[in-house]
Design a protein around this ligand. Structure first.
Ligand SMILES: C[S@@+](CC[C@H](N)C(=O)[O-])C[C@H]1O[C@@H](n2cnc3c(N)ncnc32)[C@H](O)[C@@H]1O
Length: 218
């Protein structure tokens, strides 16, 4: 049997150069994020964005939710993959970065497709559930301390067959480093174990970017 190939940067570059095209405004956001220095690490990778787009298209998702807008790279990428009548709602508590994101959404003429909500995400999620909102796909990419809460609330907000995708489940590779015992790493380990044992979802961890868990609600 063929051994799994090691996912080297060269292999990722090869995959990327054979699959991906960026929209001009996606390029603008990447350029902007690049100017932010270390903060750029907040944004998902281009390859992850492309995968999200493909999942949206394959699953015919129309109504998406994102937890963690930042400057809008993942929101805009997802919006680009949605049909004309699709919508993405994106949640963040930082008005400053959301205002930057909104300028990019407008420039791409996708501002009508992207609804931003500025508030603590837990409050927004509870409000959405109270108003009986449902989504086809939810992307979780905000504060890790709340990952289990976000996951549980997301399960109330997707129908059967709905998709939940979670970023940073490798936590820079620290989750499988047995010598690492810091607080944040343990939070992600606890979350990964929680999802592993959750019978409400079928799941798979994809080694892309900082690790993406893809779940389908059963
Ligand atoms: C990793 S970034 C999101 C990156 C974005 N998905 C992208 O690819 O560009 C996480 C975001 O979550 C937001 N955030 C952190 N804690 C939050 C909370 N409790 N409620 C709402 N947003 C929060 C931060 O302000 C930040 O913009």
């Amino acid at each position: 049997m063929l051994k799994n190939l090691k996912l080297t940067q060269e292999l990722l570059d090869y995959i990327y150069s054979h699959t991906h095209h960026l929209h001009p405004v996606q390029k603008d956001i990447l350029k902007h994020n690049n100017s932010l220095g270390d903060l750029q690490r907040m944004q998902i990778s281009e390859i992850q964005a492309h995968l999200l787009q493909l999942i949206i298209m394959i699953s015919n998702a129309k109504n998406c939710l994102e937890i963690g807008t930042f400057t809008g790279f993942s929101s805009l990428s997802m919006a680009l993959a949605l049909p004309n009548n699709g919508q993405i709602t994106t949640l963040d508590h930082d008005n400053k970065t959301v205002e930057v994101a909104k300028k990019f959404f407008k420039k791409a003429e996708l501002d009508k497709k992207i609804l931003t909500i500025v508030a603590p995400a837990l409050d927004s999620l509870k409000k959405l559930a109270k108003n009986n909102k449902f989504f086809d796909l939810i992307f979780i990419d905000a504060d890790k301390d709340n990952y289990i809460n976000y996951f549980d609330l997301s399960l109330d907000l997707v129908k059967r067959g709905g998709i939940i995708i979670i970023d940073n489940v490798f936590w820079h590779g620290d989750v499988y480093d047995k010598t690492n015992n810091d607080k944040k790493t343990n939070i992600i380990r606890k979350f990964n174990l929680y999802v592993k044992n959750d019978k409400r979802v079928e799941k798979f961890i994809l080694p892309l970017g900082d690790g993406l868990t893809i779940c389908m609600k059963l």
